[in-house]
Write a protein that binds this ligand. Structure first.
Ligand code: FAD
Length: 475
């Protein structure tokens, strides 16, 4: 059966976001015919489109996601950088205000890519288009999935008409494998219910965070030695902010306002909110920066995990990737990495499993394992905002430990590296519990490889605001 698939099978990918594109690349190595079906018409360059409405907000690609992308598309990191995407070293190039104060900057081992999400998607999409082995059907909507005797056998699609204002008649597209990458509005749970399967258990943790983003021209006069600023929220000051460089000498600033009922209405209010944060450094950097866009808002920021991986009975030949199975509060920048890593796991499962059915089952379980640490990171942090959620004793101890660890990381190199490993998904979970880290957390970072005592705070009354300190690199 497996040989038959390799020789002539067709895989159909539903959705051409980053998860669908990565999955298509993995499938092209194993299937003769790969069809990617996308409802939008793809723009002819790195431009915003309806199907990925959040693409205008800050998107960082952390290291494990970058490694996965590179594995799928060799040479892509250099290609992205050639297009203007920036390599930002962490913590070397970042002013990072943690709940424990400014993180000391030192020569670390982590890199994140920053740039527009539209550019990332366009470069990846161009690789698929020029790779020649996947057929892209954009302007084509999936309206249903067909299942026969417990096996997915195809999808129903309809084409957008030439004017773009309506749809043609539905048509059938046979498939040996269907990959659902339709994102957070995936209808997979509904399909399962209709086919008579169990419905996945769903957990939702919602910190009610509102995102607001504005893009600025980077002032020509800006000559600080940092590339990016990240201000983390605390329970006393529940506003986070990030400034990242974008291609084209631009800065993108996103504010994440926990519990807010709305985003700032315009650039003036946006600047005022930035000024009132734990440190006004972002507002100060923006003083001479010209806004290039209006403020855009995004409010669907909950963590949601649909446990397809835990279902005993599941139709054969159906795979879910990316946000369709679960998504996270964007403040923790994990979604693209999870999508790329799941595609690598798909590639591996197809290469190693004895049959296609075994590969699909293995991938479903592996996708859950990839998602879990990102979920723990994101939900563990968001539970700060939800005191009504009663955790078991073990959970409360873990939460205390993690909050303390984040504070200690500001001043303790080894703890900082363990924390960055967790964020970038580059280390084992156990690194957070290495004896040296546990000791630092329990002692509050006294002794060991503690950083030098910081300079006195320049601005009394603005806790933790020491940008002058940050300009002095601590190695
Ligand atoms: C504000 C915000 C900021 C974020 N920042 C980061 C970050 O810094 N780093 C990070 O790693 N992640 C970040 N994320 C998460 C990341 O954007 C998502 O995880 C990622 O977009 C998921 O990709 P996807 O392909 O699964 O889904 P999507 O990007 O939603 O793509 C789904 C695709 O399916 C198509 N589609 C849907 N239904 C159909 C249908 N019926 N037929 C055909 N096509 C269909 C859509 O048009 C779309 O193209 C952020 C998310 C948000 C909301």
């Amino acid at each position: 059966m497996w040989r038959h698939m390799v020789a002539g099978g067709r895989a159909v990918v539903l959705g051409g976001g980053i998860a669908g594109l990565c999955a298509a690349q993995a499938l092209m190595r194993r299937f003769d015919d790969v069809v990617l079906v996308e409802r939008d018409r793809f723009p002819d360059g790195p431009k915003w489109r309806r199907g990925v409405p959040h693409s205008g907000h800050a998107h960082n690609l952390f290291q494990s996601g970058l490694a996965a992308l590179e594995r799928l598309f060799p040479g892509i990191e250099d290609e992205l950088v050639a297009h203007g995407i920036r390599r930002v070293r962490m913590p070397d190039d970042v002013l990072l205000l943690t709940p424990g104060g400014w993180m000391r900057r030192f020569e670390g081992r982590h890199v994140m890519l920053t740039g527009s999400r539209e550019l990332l998607d366009w470069v990846v999409r161009t690789r698929i288009e020029t790779g020649g082995r996947a057929r892209i059907r954009d302007g084509c909507e999936v309206t249903g999935v067909r299942v026969d005797a417990g096996e997915v056998t195809g999808v129903e699609v309809r084409e957008r008409n030439a004017n773009g204002d309506g749809w043609g008649e539905p048509a059938q597209l046979a498939a040996d494998l269907v990959v659902d990458a339709t994102g957070r509005h995936s209808r997979a749970a509904e399909w399962l219910r209709r086919w008579g399967y169990g419905v996945p258990q769903e957990t939702v943790i919602d910190s009610r965070t509102v995102y607001a983003t504005c893009v600025f021209k980077r002032p020509d006069t800006h000559d600080a030695d940092w590339e990016s600023v990240l201000i983390q929220a605390t329970t006393d000051a529940p506003q986070a902010g990030i400034l990242i460089p974008l291609e084209g000498d631009r800065w993108l600033v996103s504010l994440a306002l926990v519990g807010a009922d709305r985003a700032p209405a315009g650039v003036k209010e946006f600047r005022e909110v930035a000024e009132r944060m734990r440190s006004p450094i972002i507002a100060e950097a923006l003083e001479k920066a010209e806004p290039l866009t209006p403020v855009s808002a995004y409010g669907v920021t909950e963590n949601r995990w649909r446990r397809f991986d835990a279902l005993d009975d599941f139709p054969r030949r159906l795979v879910l990737v990316g946000d369709s199975a679960g998504y996270l509060n964007p403040s923790y920048s994990q979604g693209v990495s999870v999508a790329a890593r799941t595609a690598v796991a798909l590639d591996r499962a197809l290469a190693e499993a004895p049959t296609l059915d075994a590969a699909v089952t293995a991938l479903r379980e592996e996708a859950g394992r990839i998602f879990q640490p990102a979920w723990k990171l994101s939900v563990g942090s968001d539970l700060r905002w939800l005191p009504a959620v009663r955790l078991p004793l073990r959970g409360r101890i873990l939460q205390w430990y993690m909050q303390r660890l984040v504070e200690v990381a500001a001043h303790h190199r080894r703890t900082a590296l363990a924390l960055l490993d967790a964020l970038h998904m580059t280390g084992a979970d156990t690194a957070l519990f290495h004896p040296a880290v546990v000791l630092a957390v329990l002692r509050g970072a006294r002794g060991g490889d503690v950083f030098p005592t910081p300079k006195p705070v320049r601005r009394p009354g603005k806790p933790g605001d020491q940008p002058g300190d940050q300009a002095r690199r601590t190695t």
